[in-house]
Design a protein around this ligand. Structure first.
Ligand SMILES: [Fe+2]
Ligand SMILES: [Fe+2]
Length: 326
């Protein structure tokens, strides 16, 4: 065979692999770590799953900050459980990501050097106890909308991780809503605190569902691979339609004068989102970007002796085993 013929047959082979791969996705079959996959599919999944894992881990910071100041033992237990859940979500997702051939160290390195992104919402500060309510209700609420379709995503390890994650997210959303309900029915001051938290978290929660479809560069390919089942705008509309009646139950006002029920569309029309603010935060200029990174890098550095000790212990154990085998 000439060089040209070898090249052609290789191209033909990879085309046929890609065809089979697309057919499997079409049939809703799960793709597993050892299966053949296009390089772009692998890279896109590393990006998305790691971004998701980083968001879970950085997402612990605004709430972790309030654990010691929770107003009662019951609230403290619930908040502590929630923050621990987020750590667990991060760990499942890092593990799922590692099955695509990237190491945990590389993933952390990408986060710590600012190369990897995480959800923009965690770059806002949690100023009062009511923020614990608003974060659970709105941020975890938006996360559920985003994540439920991912339980059916095409990459097996990601889809399976999401099933458990989603169950826990619904507890997070309810504990947040319950905090809001208590405050909204409390003293005038507590009600104002709840309203203030809603005012500050509403718009960032809408932004959290990602840029509008015409500005979202990855949507089309991700829809084809069933990595995404709904577009950002569809998810955002679903979140708004679901959340407005909940605000009514709380007796709080959504901070959007243009919010109005559209009888024809059977959905809410809503006001303009400040996308400049979104892009500023994504680029690292949000109110808390620097603090969040400092906290993560600090935790990594302070944990060095634990990692070293664990490695030394593992090596000793291995050496002992080898000695016994001889
Ligand atoms: Fe989570
Ligand atoms: Fe959560």
């Amino acid at each position: 065979m000439s060089e040209e013929q070898i090249k052609n047959s290789r191209t033909e082979h990879s085309r046929s692999l890609e065809r089979q791969f697309n057919e499997r996705i079409e049939r809703d079959e799960k793709i597993e770590p050892k299966d053949w996959m296009p390089e772009k599919y692998r890279k896109t999944h590393i990006r998305q799953i790691s971004q998701h894992a980083h968001s879970e881990i950085v997402g612990m910071l605004p709430e972790g900050n309030w654990i010691t100041r929770a107003p009662s033992l019951r609230r403290k237990v619930a908040l502590l459980a929630k923050v621990q859940d987020e750590a667990g979500h991060g760990l499942y997702l890092y593990s799922a990501c590692e099955t695509l051939g990237i190491s945990r160290d590389e993933l952390y390195e990408q986060l710590h050097t600012g190369k990897a992104k995480y959800s923009s919402i965690f770059n806002y500060p949690a100023l009062t106890w009511a923020d614990m309510g608003a974060i659970g209700w709105l941020v975890d609420g938006a996360a559920i909308i985003n994540q439920v379709p991912l339980c059916n995503t095409s990459y097996g390890p990601y889809a399976r991780a999401m099933i458990r994650v989603c169950k826990e997210e619904s507890f997070h959303q309810r504990q947040g809503f319950e905090i809001m309900l208590k405050l909204a029915n409390g003293t005038q001051e507590q009600k104002e605190m709840a309203q203030d938290a809603l005012n500050r978290w509403w718009w960032p929660s809408l932004m959290m569902l990602g840029p509008t479809d015409d500005k979202s560069v990855h949507t089309e390919q991700s829809m084809k691979w069933k990595l995404k089942r709904k577009t950002n705008d569809e998810l955002r509309q679903q979140f708004i339609d679901q959340t407005v009646p909940q605000a009514d139950v709380l007796g709080l006002t959504i901070p959007d004068p243009d919010l109005k029920w559209n009888e024809e569309r059977k959905s809410y029309d809503f006001g303009k989102i400040d996308w400049d603010e979104f892009w500023q935060v994504v680029k690292g200029h949000g109110p808390m970007n620097k603090e969040r990174m400092k906290a993560r890098v600090g935790a990594w550095e302070r944990g060095e002796w634990v990692r070293d000790a664990a490695m030394a212990h593992a090596e000793k154990k291995q050496a002992r085993k080898e000695k016994q085998a001889v």
